[in-house]
Ligand binder design. Structure first.
Ligand SMILES: *Cc1c(COP(=O)(O)O)cnc(C)c1O
Length: 356
């Protein structure tokens, strides 16, 4: 395995890659429907929900669009503290919705007070929140934000992007009372890219019935009709579903709690290492991501030169994203990566520092 410490696509276990080479089946066959049903049942445990999981042939951004088109007729509040939250706003605008921004500087978190003020000023059908902003390594205080939303504007739907955290950090869909929670295959789930998963609440599905122009490909009511028959309206990404089925078994074999603890420990290890070199994450201590450390480039490294060095050892990290390019670098601590892998990376980075 190569060692990609980049926030997606991440390394995929050989047996999961191999699962994709199983023979294709007619998608409306009992054999395939059984696999589809099985992977949904397992995914429900991953999302901590008894509702429903959509398994769609798209990357995560497709589900951002699905959330907007199905659950918002007119007005949405976009919480923005980084590039992926900005993307969700762009998706809303591109779909003709009236989107307002609740925006803070890159590197900051959305706070409950800010959200409360915004929700008091105006009523919204939905609010979009990125749980773990991959561009800055900031984890928003989701439970507190959800509480504020439920207290201040109980009928506003809560749509959450957890593309870079679901499966690496505990997010309990039912217990929190979320309405839509989406992720992609290629990050914490350590699958090849191309599949998105999302949970949707009953009240969100009810709301969708009144929303016009939901489109076709991402019409969740149409998907729901087929989901109830363990199928999809269109041909599913069958090979990816095979891989998901196998990978979810691997995830539960490790144990969710253990998996979450592994991610937290890896991220802490990177942060502690940074501190010994006088480097700090962009995120404040209370809001640091467990799945991607975004470190200030305080030593003014040439990130591409660093990566060239790391590549000679089969490793790779990521440059900062957007405005934070070269000002920061990112070390992903997600998927199948282990503490030993992280130790190996940090040893190589120490070597890079020593050679000057
Ligand atoms: C990667 C990422 C996305 C985009 O996901 P795709 O699967 O590439 O469409 C959206 N949101 C967050 C938080 C991400 O990290």
């Amino acid at each position: 395995m190569s060692h990609m410490f980049v926030p997606g696509p991440v390394d995929v276990a050989p047996e999961v890659l191999a699962a994709q080479t199983k023979p294709m089946l007619p998608h409306r066959s009992k054999d395939f429907e059984a696999i589809f049903q099985r992977s949904e049942a397992k995914a429900k445990d991953l999302f901590y929900t008894n509702t429903r999981i959509f398994q769609a042939s798209s990357s995560g951004s497709g589900m951002q669009e699905a959330g907007i088109r199905n659950f918002v007729q007119e007005s949405v509040l976009s919480c923005i503290n980084g590039s992926f939250a900005q993307r969700w706003y762009d998706v809303a605008v591109a779909n003709g919705k009236q989107a307002d921004k609740l925006e803070v500087e890159m590197g900051e978190a959305i706070t409950p007070d800010l959200l409360r003020d915004a929700l008091k000023k105006k009523h919204y059908e939905a609010v979009t929140i990125v749980h773990n902003e991959t561009s800055t390594g900031v984890e928003n205080p989701l439970a507190d934000l959800v509480k504020v939303c439920q207290e201040t504007s109980p009928d506003t739907l809560i749509l959450v992007d957890a593309v870079s955290s679901l499966g690496g950090v505990k997010i309990e869909f039912d217990a929190l009372g979320l309405d839509f929670l989406l992720t992609s295959s290629q990050k914490c789930l350590a699958l090849p890219p191309g599949l998105s998963l999302a949970a949707a609440s009953d009240r969100a599905m009810k709301k969708a019935e009144s929303v016009t122009n939901r489109g076709w490909y991402f019409d969740l009511l149409l998907m729901e009709k087929h989901r109830l028959k363990d199928s999809t309206p269109m041909t599913p990404a069958m090979a990816l579903i095979y891989a998901l089925d196998v990978q979810l078994d691997r995830i539960f074999a490790e144990g969710l709690e253990k998996r979450f603890a592994r991610h937290a420990a890896m991220s802490k290890r990177v942060q502690d290492w940074g501190a010994t070199h006088g480097m700090e994450p962009v995120a404040k201590a209370a809001y640091r991501s467990k799945t991607v450390v975004t470190m200030r480039n305080s030593l003014n490294w040439d990130i591409s030169a660093l990566n060239k060095f790391l590549l000679t050892k089969g490793m790779r990290i990521a440059n900062g994203y957007g405005k934070l390019k070269d000002l920061s670098y990112r070390v992903a601590t997600m998927g199948e990566t282990t503490l030993d892998d992280v130790a190996m990376l940090l040893a190589a980075m120490d070597e890079y520092i020593k050679q000057g």
